[in-house]
Design a protein around this ligand. Structure first.
Ligand code: NAD
Length: 300
């Protein structure tokens, strides 16, 4: 199988390498020469343009920053250079409307399209253990699953075009808000003289239990090892959580949905980002609630 891969950044680099490791011929393109050199070292063939990367490809994969990049790359560089029946899968996290527009453009040219954003960060991209949430017609899903398998722990069909992006932003809105609630709980527990490890032990067996508490505890030294135990380095960056919450709020405004918790979460992560903590794991919000930002190095 011949794969055209566009967008070899933090996530795309490992994903393209895993396609090559699976024995597929990967022709890769990125605007960055350093990214192209890294892809070449990992078994991909670098192309001089996106159009060159996708010409003659059976499968096109994109992993780009935002909706405008996906619209531009698919509209201007992919669709004019692929034939009917080609499978195009966008794995970026983008707005639902862009995903649906691109799906319509592809359908008009007889090209099969799926939006397939991922859960899992750079480590999962490198290890080939991402979870993909897929929006595409039922009839296309089997081919999408086979295409994504070398990069995946799980591939889940969310529904029709745009449903993958919808699943991703709804999940991350729940995550963003639940982490804030857990951080607030720990900060109040501390003020009330409750030891954090006691609060963890009790809440993780009570009705406050949730993933943000038991699997990703924001308090250092409590529960399983998390980014809190390495100064909130790595993990899921505040800036990326903020991006996803903005997408959720834009989608909610257009759909007329009431999402006041999501709106509050967006405002709080935006504040944290403005204070210079965008490159810290999102669970570092705990230190804002505790009034302990002095120990956390900001990067303005
Ligand atoms: P990144 O900025 O590291 O990579 C994006 C790459 O796209 C860059 O190398 C850039 O040069 C390239 N690019 C931009 N425009 C291009 C164009 N017109 N043609 C060719 N290449 C172009 O971003 P990332 O961290 O790899 O994230 C990619 C996507 O995955 C984003 O939508 C992000 O929200 C999503 N995501 C990221 C993570 C994460 O932990 N980093 C986790 C889940 C989802």
């Amino acid at each position: 199988m011949r794969v055209g891969f566009i967008g070899l950044g933090n996530m795309g680099a490992g994903m393209a390498a895993n396609q090559a490791k699976a024995g597929r011929e990967v022709i890769a393109f990125d605007l960055s020469q350093a990214a192209l050199d890294r892809a070449a070292a990992q078994g991909c063939r670098p192309a001089g343009s996106a159009a060159e990367a996708v010409s003659g490809a059976d499968l096109v994969l994109t992993m780009l920053p935002a909706g405008k990049h996906v619209r531009e790359v698919v509209g201007e560089s992919v669709l004019p250079h692929v034939g009917p029946g080609t499978l195009v899968i966008d794995c970026s996290t983008i707005d639902v409307d862009s995903a649906r527009d691109v799906a319509r453009q592809c359908q008009a040219k007889g090209v099969r399209f799926a939006d397939a954003p991922v859960s899992g960060g750079i480590a999962a991209a490198d290890a080939g253990t991402l979870t993909f949430m897929v929006g595409c017609p039922e009839t296309v899903f089997e081919a999408v699953e086979a295409a994504l398998t070398p990069m995946a722990k799980a591939v889940v069909h969310a529904g029709e075009a745009g449903a993958g992006q919808a699943a991703k932003i709804c999940n991350n809105m729940v995550l963003g808000a639940s982490m804030l609630a857990v951080c607030e709980g720990f900060a109040l527990a501390e003020k009330l003289g409750l030891k954090p490890e006691r609060f963890f032990e009790i809440a993780s067996q009570s009705s406050g239990q949730c993933w943000s508490l038991t699997s990703y505890c924001p308090w250092p030294g409590v529960g399983p090892t998390t980014p809190a135990d390495r100064g909130y380095e790595g993990g899921f960056l505040t800036a990326l959580m903020l991006k996803d919450l903005k997408l959720a709020q834009e989608a909610a405004a257009r759909a007329g949905a009431a999402t006041p918790m999501g709106a509050q979460a967006e405002a709080l992560y935006a504040l944290f980002d403005r204070l210079g903590y965008g490159q810290k794991d999102f669970s570092a919000m705990l230190q804002l609630f505790r009034g302990e930002l002095a120990g956390l190095a900001a990067k303005p």
